[in-house]
Design a protein around this ligand. Structure first.
Ligand code: TXA
Ligand code: MG
Length: 343
């Protein structure tokens, strides 16, 4: 299949037309790029799973750009949902509701619930409005890879597999939306993301975190099916080293030399503050540890840059699990397959 590459808003009508005809369009959002199809067209949605190589038991998020559509897609909206909508929509918060019969089972992987998000990015908002559709859209990467935060990475993964890719530049958040289950008495975070636990707590008072997110042994099944897969992995094997900075630097430098002797290409994922401390040829800075938003913004792109450099092994620093740091560490630990060394 020939994939058309569109720039920003200029080909919006054509992109909307592709979606109306059951085609796939990759589009920027404020979090990461998404791979969109008409959520009400099961065949179009099936093609999303095919293009990504995504397991069929992993449900998709339905994107809307007008609140009045919500009533048709979900049932039993709890009162506190409106507080969340007022505070965070449009934006990087996905809410899990009980699904109405209108949502095709393939979108929700047969679950009785459905994930809904109202993104703030103008391109996807206009695509929704212009097509008159609700758009099912997972991240626009091959399943298992780091999510794409620019069009170049979408093209790498999906060219030839989708009808069109819209290049809207870099995403502003860089990590996916927070997924919050609001079908129970107490709202529960199923995936940490762009909207932090603290901000949700300010609005709601009480918020839980799915215990599967803090249990690394894999004995508890996560409530968001997508969280059980190995994910966000570059081709390189990633190992995180946690502990006081001087010990972490020594340990990583020692391991780098050891691996080099056995002929491996080794890289270090460091920060602006630490990048000069390592005895290693390939050191990539993911941003400043004093500004975790930039780390979140560059994390996936940096992981993909190690692949560009054909690195076999990556050693990474850890980040404080405060604010957006929770989402950063969730993605980093998954990319490492929970391969963590404690010093
Ligand atoms: O920021 C984002 O959320 C991006 C952009 C494109 O909107 N989308 C995204 O979609 O990250 P995806 O498919 O890569 O991740 C969706 C996550 C998965 O972990 C999935 O299991 C979970 O949301 N999810 C979707 N529907 C669900 C449901 N009904 N119940 C529980 N988890 C659900
Ligand atoms: Mg994804």
């Amino acid at each position: 299949m020939h994939t058309k590459i569109f720039s920003n808003l200029s080909n919006l009508a054509e992109a909307a037309h592709i979606l109306q005809n059951g085609g796939l369009v990759a589009t920027p959002t404020e979090t990461v790029y998404g791979l969109a199809a008409d959520a009400m067209n099961p065949e179009a949605v099936a093609n999303i799973f095919k293009a990504k190589g995504r397991p069929s038991d992993n449900p998709l998020i339905v994107h809307i750009a007008d609140l009045s559509v919500l009533q048709e897609l979900v049932i039993d909206i709890p009162d506190y949902a409106y507080k969340l909508i007022d505070a965070f929509w449009p934006g990087p918060l996905t809410l899990i509701f009980k699904a109405s019969d209108k949502i095709p089972p393939i979108v929700r992987a047969g679950l009785p619930t459905v994930a809904i998000r109202f993104p703030s990015h103008l391109v996807i908002q206009n695509l929704i409005t212009c097509s008159g559709l609700s758009l099912a859209a997972p991240s626009a990467n091959t399943s298992g890879k780091p999510s794409p935060t620019n069009a170049k990475r979408v093209i790498e993964d999906l060219e030839g597999k989708v009808e069109a890719i819209i290049d809207g530049g870099d995403c502003s958040v860089g990590l996916e939306s927070t997924v919050l289950d609001i079908t129970g008495d107490i709202p529960t975070i199923l995936r940490p993301g762009g909207i932090t636990f603290d901000r949700l707590k300010e609005v709601l008072g009480n918020v839980l975190i799915d215990p599967a997110l803090t249990q690394l042994d894999g004995n508890i099944k996560p409530k968001a099916p997508g969280m059980k897969y190995t994910h966000y992995s570059p081709n390189a094997t990633v190992t995180i080293v946690k502990g006081p900075l001087n010990k972490v630097v020594d340990e990583i430098s020692r391991r780098v030399q050891e691996q080099k002797k056995s002929g491996k290409r080794v890289g270090v994922l460091a920060t602006e503050e630490t990048k000069s401390l390592f005895n290693c040829d390939i050191v990539l800075s993911v941003g400043s540890s004093g500004h975790l938003e930039t780390v979140a913004n560059h994390l996936f792109e940096t992981l993909r840059q190690f692949d560009d450099l054909k690195v076999d092994i990556v050693y990474s620093l850890a980040f404080p699990e405060e604010g957006i740091g929770k989402a950063i560490m969730n993605r980093l630990e998954k990319s490492a397959g929970y391969n963590i060394i404690y010093k």
